[in-house]
Design a protein around this ligand. Structure first.
Ligand SMILES: [Zn+2]
Ligand SMILES: [Zn+2]
Length: 145
């Protein structure tokens, strides 16, 4: 029993205090606070004249921190695709993004080395496999070109 509970304990993403993990990353107090913040942002974004707002605009109007708003967007709670200027900075180059931590360019750059290794690995396995006949191999290379 105590083992089960310890597995469900987590540190609140906001205040760091231990809490029993349920459906959120926040303790009960912070959860309430986060919900209130979310509601004020949702209310603000509902207004037609706020279509073109930026992250800074939302923060200035609602008093919610940039980080918190960015988290809502990253978590998908705020659907930034509907708002052309709403997003947060890529963790590497500061380009405006609406999901993940990195923009597509930076993600590509960071994952290239890893991918190269994976692709070579996969290719070696395919070439090395006994079922990989000569004809299939030539077809494979034609397709690649
Ligand atoms: Zn908390
Ligand atoms: Zn980037």
């Amino acid at each position: 029993m105590s083992h089960m509970i310890s597995e469900q304990l987590d540190n609140c993403r906001l205040c760091g205090s231990l809490f029993l993990k349920n459906y959120t990353d926040y303790c009960k107090d912070c959860c309430k606070e986060v919900e209130e913040k979310y509601n004020s942002i949702a209310e603000y974004l509902k207004k037609e004249q706020n279509r073109n707002v930026t992250l800074e605009d939302v923060s200035a109007s609602t008093g919610v921190s940039l980080k918190q708003i960015a988290e809502f967007i990253r978590d998908g709670r705020i659907y930034a695709e509907d708002f052309p200027n709403l997003g947060y900075s890529c963790a590497h180059c500061s380009k405006l993004i609406k999901k993940q931590l990195l923009c597509v360019d930076c993600f590509d750059r960071f994952s290239t080395d890893l991918n190269k290794t994976l692709k070579i690995d996969k290719l070696e396995k395919e070439i090395g496999s006994e079922q990989f006949t000569a004809s299939r191999e030539s077809k494979y290379w034609r397709l690649k070109k």
